[in-house]
Design a protein around this ligand. Structure first.
Ligand code: ZN
Length: 275
């Protein structure tokens, strides 16, 4: 059996419900879980490293407070809770740069702890379950962030792991992962996932996306597919060809008998083989 986890990043208090509904109805109707890496308290003035506004703020139409907890958009919360196929995981805290560093590539441990705990509280205050899984903005974490995330979460989903950023006590497990050529591993009781880049991106050649997804699924036991809802709506008109590819992916995943689409939560039972 092969396992696939679909991870969509950057849902926040300004995310239009219509966007999620348009993208994920075919998944929800087929019973395929959609893991939304949700920003607990979005910085509505967040910019990318080039200074341009983050595209996950495209839902912003009128002046809004600088920070907006997810619970401030009650309609969105009700929509997400009304569709149990959505699985909420924690995506940073405010998804902002701090002194030119990404939110969790900083080394300031007290600030890291505050952001992790505040983020968790914003999700719970909105009525979501305590998140078991963490996704760091831009998939970047400092050594202190790895340690503090592993104290609080059962699963970390990120792109890759670099030896120089890892806590020293994790290095033996990391060495085993490298020697055994494992994609995913564990340290300090936390499941540490990688993903094969963002196949589902508007920056990839559209005709090849589904083939790349199939190759990834065939090449490993557990594949995390990462996408971003706003990429499909970055122009005034929805990107219909790209949306079609996402929906073809849903059909493909649902019809392959040897593939099970699971949630990050499903990994916490330790009954799903990682590699
Ligand atoms: Zn993000």
């Amino acid at each position: 059996m092969k396992y696939v986890i679909l991870r969509d990043d950057d849902t926040n208090a300004l995310t239009p419900i219509d966007c999620l509904e348009r993208l994920y109805r075919p998944f929800l109707d087929r019973g395929l879980p959609v893991n939304l890496a949700t920003i607990p308290n979005v910085n509505t003035k967040a910019t990318k490293s080039d200074g341009n506004p983050e595209l996950f703020l495209i839902g912003k139409s009128s002046p809004v407070p600088k920070y907006m907890p997810i619970g401030s958009n009650q309609k969105l919360v009700e929509y997400l809770q009304g569709n149990p196929g959505y699985k909420i995981v924690q995506h940073g805290c405010a998804h902002e740069f701090v002194n030119l560093k990404t939110e969790f590539s900083i080394d300031d441990r007290p600030d890291i702890c505050r952001r992790l705990d505040e983020g968790m509280r914003y999700l719970q205050d909105a009525g979501f379950e305590k998140p078991t899984t963490f996704v760091s903005p831009y998939d970047r974490l400092s050594k202190a962030s790895f340690e503090e995330v592993s104290r609080r979460f059962k699963v970390l989903s990120t792109g890759w792991y670099e030896l120089r950023n890892l806590p020293i006590s994790w290095i033996p497990n990391y060495a085993i992962k490298k020697i055994c050529k494992q994609r995913h591993w564990r340290a300090n009781g936390t499941t540490l996932l990688t993903h094969p880049g963002c196949h589902l991106s508007f920056q990839r050649p559209y005709p090849n996306i589904l083939d790349r997804i199939k190759e990834s699924i065939d090449g490993q036991r557990l594949t995390v597919l990462v996408t971003h809802w706003w990429e499909y709506f970055r122009e005034p008109q929805p990107d219909e060809p790209f949306i079609s590819i996402l929906h073809e992916t849903a059909a493909y995943l649902a019809t392959r008998p040897d593939v099970r689409v699971i949630s990050f939560n499903d990994l916490t039972t330790n009954q799903i083989p990682l590699n």
